[in-house]
Design a protein around this ligand. Structure first.
Ligand code: IYR
Length: 224
């Protein structure tokens, strides 16, 4: 039995000049993405969020098992529950559980246990990773490179939301297990991976100077 293959019909070839122009444009667009902690409560239509999640789900994954599930939350009651539980965890984190070195590293960001944006922003997307599954949703086989796969999909999602014109914040309250119950995914397969806050930035939104410092190419890349 031989596997089925399809011709690659949707690859687009560009000239090298076009490629450099495209790469440069993409850099400029991605460089405008910043983590936002001040959100407007202006609603965002669900179909925009849905399309961005579809984009995330095109990511490569181990054996193409797509070991992820996204819970997109706009219900104010669910957002309030998430805020309450996340803030309780963050309070103990900032009150000492984090340890001195971690708290010192966070100082330039100016973050604290107040997570009002978890209620104010119109959408929270809880990303779950799945240790078992398969190419079909009802399969129960091993998934591979789960962390890598879900990390790539989450990167695609952040980029898709930014490209659509939305602000985002990756939020990882520690531990995140409370999300399983709140999101109705308390089972043996799904594990909370990350919470993404989505919406328009508040008109007065600022970003910490610390977050604008990106390492130059010669410090992060070696050509051999
Ligand atoms: N989860 C906490 C702390 C925090 C941790 C890291 I690493 C950050 O880059 C930012 C914040 C919070 O959200 O405040």
């Amino acid at each position: 039995m031989s596997e089925i293959h399809h011709p690659l019909t949707d690859f687009i070839k560009y000239s090298e000049a076009e490629m450099l122009a495209r790469a440069t444009e993409q850099y400029a667009e991605v460089k405008r993405r910043h983590s936002i902690r001040m959100f407007s409560d202006k609603p965002v239509p669900q179909d925009i969020i849905a399309k961005c999640i579809e984009t995330a789900a095109t990511a490569p994954s181990g054996a193409n098992h797509q070991p992820w599930h996204f819970v997109a939350i706009s219900d104010p009651k669910v957002k309030a529950q998430i805020r309450e539980q996340a803030e309780a965890l963050e309070r103990s984190f900032y009150d000492g559980r984090a340890g001195e070195e971690w708290l010192e590293a966070l100082k330039p960001l100016g973050t604290d246990a107040n997570k009002s944006y978890l209620e104010k922003a119109p959408w929270l997307i809880a990303v779950f990773s799945q240790k078992r599954g398969g190419i079909e949703n009802d399969q129960d086989t091993t998934n591979y490179y789960v962390h890598e796969s879900v990390g790539i999909a989450t990167g695609f999602l952040l980029q898709a939301l930014h490209h659509a014109g939305l602000g985002t914040l990756t939020h990882t309250p520690k531990p995140m297990s409370f999300l399983s119950k709140v999101c109705n995914r308390d089972n043996d397969i799904d594990r909370p991976y990350m919470l993404i806050v989505v919406g328009y930035p508040d008109e007065q939104a600022t970003i910490p100077d610390h977050a604008t410092k990106k390492k130059p190419l010669d410090e992060i890349c070696t050509f051999v």
